[in-house]
Design a protein around this ligand. Structure first.
Ligand code: COA
Length: 370
């Protein structure tokens, strides 16, 4: 049976909206996405302002008055450090079980080790665990042992250190921090909604955020930056940019890293990440090459689709940032989860205060008993 994709009014008068577009199911103080104006606001701050903050400072902002105690940036940094050490101890015995799993499936399995009975500081534990697990998973895929966390470092610095085995330069740490902040929260996207639905059943914070990760895993949500790099690799050289892009558009293909369902003007997250990329050393001219691809792609899209403004989206510069700081493409979704864990945990804390089970309805279109 074909399910119609637009809202339908049934004979009984109820509206069916399979994608829930335009349906408001929650009030939130956490973030606001204004697609027409190209604005993303997190608790009263424009994303552009927050892009210079540390990830811990943004956690402090998002968790404020929702968690049991208000912690400042320094306190969160210290507690996350301690929680990373505990996550490492918890993880090591489980590593052999990851055999044969993709990186995001492996993260899902390791997060399942966290018991929902552990409710004290569970939001801190969830946020601290992801970089530890994701770095170990990425290293394991290259046949390398996990690296023990350094509790004195900030989340971004230690994430890179656990990935590479040695501390990375301040430019890379700053770029990753900007990435984690940029993706920290984004309205009621699919994974955040999934997280809130589970939280509303009082299943527990860890179960809720694992549900968020499961939603993020889908290619329609968290999986686009890898294909951006595939596109850059396939174009290969400067003199191939124009012909490659034109041929792709002639075939009716979409250019990866351009266009957005909500943003009709430039995605503010793309701008924040573009600035982060500008602060990095351009190894092998990759960034300059990507910028030329971006310019040519925008010119071609404006020419071919004059009625549909298509701009660079967050995935284009995400791909460049994560590649430049050394993450393998197969781990990009896990790094996204490390950033979005800020939003997921804050939404669980907020949903707990609402205390209302989320339980929509379906319209029965099957046969009636005779
Ligand atoms: N490259 C080429 N054309 C594109 C395009 C892209 N990246 N994105 C949209 N278009 C075109 C469509 O082909 C369509 O053209 P048509 O009207 O001639 O058929 C028009 O723009 C409108 O497309 P629509 O399907 O309404 O856009 P959408 O809002 O549903 O799609 C995306 C949003 C993100 C799914 C889409 O832009 C896309 O596929 N982008 C590439 C993948 C990507 O970067 N994803 C990460 C998103 S954060």
């Amino acid at each position: 049976m074909n399910i119609p994709l637009k809202s339908l009014e049934s004979p009984a008068g109820d509206i069916v909206s399979p994608g829930l577009e335009g349906v408001v199911v929650a009030e939130t103080v956490l973030s606001h996405v204004d697609g027409a104006a190209g604005r993303l606001i997190l608790r009263g701050h424009e994303l552009e302002q927050l892009a210079g903050w540390s990830y811990e400072a943004v956690l402090s902002l998002l968790w404020r008055d929702l968690a049991a105690e208000n912690l400042d940036e320094a306190e969160i940094r210290a507690r996350l450090g301690a929680a990373r050490m505990a996550a490492f101890e918890r993880m090591t015995a489980a590593l052999p079980a990851l055999q044969g799993l993709t990186q995001v499936e492996a993260l899902r399995l390791l997060l399942s080790l966290l018991p929902d009975t552990e409710t004290e500081r569970h939001h801190l534990v969830a946020v601290a665990s992801v970089p530890v697990f994701a770095a170990a998973i990425a290293r394991r895929s290259r046949g390398l042992d996990p690296v023990r966390p350094d509790a004195r470092l900030g989340s971004a610095a230690d994430f890179l250190r656990m990935l590479h085995g040695v501390e990375q330069g301040a430019d890379k740490v700053r770029a990753l921090d900007t990435y984690l902040v940029t993706v920290a929260d984004h309205g009621l996207n699919a994974s955040t909604f999934a997280t809130r639905v589970i939280a509303s059943t009082q299943a527990g914070l860890f179960s809720s955020v694992i549900g968020g990760l499961c939603a993020l895993k889908g290619p329609l949500h968290g999986g686009a930056p890898g294909p951006v790099l595939d596109m850059l690799d396939s174009i290969g050289a400067e003199d191939n940019i124009q012909p490659w892009l034109s041929a792709a558009l002639d075939r009716g293909e979409r250019l990866m890293g351009f266009g957005h369902r909500i943003y009709r003007v430039r995605d503010p997250r793309a701008d924040a990440l573009k600035r982060a990329v500008a602060g990095l050393r351009d190894t092998g001219g990759r960034i300059a090459f990507a910028e030329t691809v971006e310019r040519e792609a925008l010119a071609l899209l404006a020419e071919r689709k004059p009625l549909r403004p298509l701009q660079t989206n967050v995935e284009f510069y995400t791909a460049l940032v994560l590649e430049a700081v050394g993450f393998p493409r197969e781990s990009f979704t896990n790094v996204f989860a490390a950033g979005r864990m800020a939003g997921w945990t804050a939404h669980v804390l907020e949903q707990d205060r609402v205390g209302r089970l989320i339980r929509p309805q379906s319209r029965y279109v099957g046969p009636m008993p005779v």
